[in-house]
Ligand binder design. Structure first.
Ligand SMILES: Nc1ncnc2c1ncn2[C@@H]1O[C@H](COP(=O)(O)OP(=O)(O)OP(=O)(O)O)[C@@H](O)[C@H]1O
Ligand SMILES: [Mg+2]
Length: 236
């Protein structure tokens, strides 16, 4: 479904991705792990069209998408929940969700989508008319994911969804990701919580200094890699 081929990206003179190739197949949950600065966020930003690749191809459902604008990438069916969530604090939960529906694939009933989100995330129904800034960290993460889902993505990319959340809320977020996966969503998950993400992933890639250092099933990765080197980045 998604294929990156020899992807290079840099910030001025700082090279962040040096020839990354990877694949996400339809229906898969692929984990992308690696220490701070490995290039995980850069990779997602480049796929999402927020950053332009220096070199290499990004192919989504057979179509090259490298260099398209973020809006066009969303229209193609890829949604990103960014590391900092980018919730609009002064807008209500409902308004945030509506912004997610602004760009979408195909048509669909806005009301039906809202109902589906409120079923998936009951807290959002309770807080529907409340400013998003008043939500807790975990609730904001749920809102960020719900907003991404409002665009009807075929591929959902999550950047550190468990970051800064209390352990109990982290459990909820991982349970939610598993549920979305079971329901058929294709997911590319960036996490520093290596144990948790390998536990739910079909396959995983270990990124190190802008290159893929290892890849395979979670079992392969656990066996091949000096796990200590990635646990330094976090996890439990
Ligand atoms: N806006 C920026 N300007 C300059 N350099 C940047 C910028 N953003 C990231 N970098 C550099 O690019 C490299 C990759 O960063 P990136 O944010 O992709 O890593 P990451 O794997 O997401 O790290 P983390 O786990 O800390 O989120 C790092 O060396 C980082 O310092
Ligand atoms: Mg990052």
């Amino acid at each position: 479904m998604l294929r990156l081929d020899d992807l290079h990206a840099q910030y001025g003179a700082i090279v962040a991705l040096r020839g990354v190739s990877l694949e996400v197949n339809e229906g898969e949950l692929v984990a992308l792990v690696g220490v701070n600065g490995a290039g995980k966020t850069t990779l997602l930003s480049t796929v999402a069209g927020v950053m332009r690749p220096r070199r290499g191809d990004i192919v989504f459902e057979g179509e090259p998408i490298a260099g398209l604008t973020p809006e066009t990438v969303v229209r193609k069916g890829i949604a990103l929940v960014p590391e900092d969530r980018e919730i609009f604090s002064d807008l209500t939960v409902e308004e945030n969700l509506r912004l997610g529906a602004y760009i979408r694939r195909g048509r669909g009933e806005y009301g039906a989508d809202i109902d589906r989100m409120c079923e998936l995330f009951p807290i959002l129904r309770e807080r529907f008319r409340q400013d998003a800034g008043t939500l807790s960290g975990g609730e904001q993460q749920q809102l960020a994911i719900a907003r991404a889902l409002m665009s009807h993505p075929r591929l959902l990319m999550l950047d550190e969804p468990s970051l800064g959340l209390a352990p109990k809320i982290v459990d909820q977020v991982f349970a939610l990701i598993e549920q979305l996966h079971r329901d058929g969503m294709t997911i590319l998950l960036v996490e520093q919580n290596v144990t948790r993400s390998l536990a739910i992933a079909d396959r995983a890639y270990l990124l190190n200094m802008g290159t893929v250092q290892a890849s395979g099933t979670p079992a392969d990765l656990r066996q091949d890699v000096d796990m200590e080197s990635i646990y330094l980045g976090g996890g439990d």
